[in-house]
Design a protein around this ligand. Structure first.
Ligand SMILES: Nc1ncnc2c1ncn2[C@@H]1O[C@H](COP(=O)(O)OP(=O)(O)OP(=O)(O)O)[C@@H](O)[C@H]1O
Length: 239
């Protein structure tokens, strides 16, 4: 998969289990977003196949929810209207939209912000609106490209907690790209480490610690972070 004649990913083989989470981490420019675009159906592989439920991925798969790097909120629409957008585009009846949007805004603790515009919100609140918009469509697959990268450490951890909570309470598969090792270890049941040189995956770690809301307070968490760091450094220093 790549751009024009330039291949960014080559001979890549990855299996993601339904109702699991998968973190994709690697150096800048190694092709993490490209892989996510492929899973979203935004880009097509030049050879090989990308399958969801054994079907080739299509761009308009309506059960896939995508949050790209800059949230994609419409500045001229309120929180409510932004959150309702995905449902509206799918032609969902007004009454159902009312119910689903209220429900998801409450779940994400932003119901009281429903009449505000994106410019009036903090980064963390904006990100919650982006998450609300995607969750409102009840996706079976949630794809996120560096979802919390612009947030400070506290807001980031609070959204990570929220996402873990959402995952634990819904039948959802989550695949996300991150630069942050702690985020990959806290939220990734599978941690995929990509490498620029080979245009491929260098390591896949199974995260047995996944799912524990108190994980950040435990030494094992930092041990796994160190393992991920070593795997990343191994490739960088061998270049
Ligand atoms: N539209 C494009 N046209 C041509 N090349 C592109 C395009 N988008 C990305 N690339 C190239 O493809 C490679 C992979 O890009 P990609 O955005 O997937 O990397 P990434 O790992 O997500 O990077 P980052 O961590 O910096 O976001 C890079 O070398 C990049 O320059």
């Amino acid at each position: 998969m790549g751009y024009g004649k330039v291949n960014v990913l080559k001979d890549l083989n990855l299996d993601i289990k339904e109702q699991s989470t998968c973190a994709i981490i690697g150096p800048s420019g190694c092709g993490k977003s490209t892989l996510l675009y492929g899973i979203a159906g935004i880009m097509q592989p030049s050879s090989g196949q990308l399958l969801i439920h054994d079907q080739p991925v299509k761009e308009n798969r309506k059960e896939t929810g995508v949050i790209l790097q800059h949230y994609g909120l419409l500045p001229w629409k309120t929180v409510w209207k932004n959150a309702a957008l995905g449902l509206k585009l799918r032609g969902v009846p007004k009454q159902v939209i009312e119910e689903k949007v209220s429900d998801v805004l409450r779940k994400l603790h932003i119901y009281e912000l429903r009449d505000k515009y994106p410019v009036q919100l903090s980064g963390g609140q904006r990100q919650r609106v982006a998450v609300a918009r995607v969750l409102a469509i009840e996706p079976d697959l949630l794809l996120m490209d560096e979802p919390f990268s612009s947030l400070d450490a506290i807001a980031r951890e609070s959204l990570q907690d929220l996402l873990l909570n959402i995952f634990n309470n819904s039948k959802l598969t989550i695949v996300f790209v991150t630069h942050n090792i702690e985020e990959a270890v806290f939220l990734g049941q599978k941690i995929v480490i990509m490498d620029q040189g080979s245009k491929n995956i260098s390591h896949v770690l199974k995260n047995d610690l996944f799912g524990d809301q108190t994980l950040r307070n435990k030494p094992d968490f930092y041990r796994l972070c160190t393992d991920v760091r070593h795997s990343l450094q191994e490739k960088t220093t061998s270049l």
